[in-house]
Design a protein around this ligand. Structure first.
Ligand SMILES: [Zn+2]
Length: 82
């Protein structure tokens, strides 16, 4: 299927100019810039302090062994009611 290429003054035409290595006309460049400005969030906060990480859960060796067995499928917690 063939269709009409987007006319100049649209972001699609800007992309087409770029794709084919053509000279980018002012109308297309303006349309592209307008689109970039519209897409940008109103208040960009690129650097934000991350919340502190929660303290890690420290298991006793016995708890760790039970958890490992559970994850390996050797120990199923619950399920006896079925
Ligand atoms: Zn153009």
């Amino acid at each position: 299927m063939s269709r009409e290429p987007a006319g100049c003054g649209t972001p699609a035409a800007y992309a087409r100019h770029r794709y084919y290595g053509e000279e980018i006309c002012d109308k297309c460049r303006a349309a592209w810039n307008a689109q970039c400005t519209a897409d940008r969030p109103r208040s960009a906060k690129p650097w934000r302090r991350l919340p502190p990480e929660p303290a890690p859960v420290v298991l006793t060796p016995r708890e760790a062994a039970v958890l490992a067995a559970h994850r390996a499928g050797d120990l199923v917690l619950g399920g006896w009611e079925r």
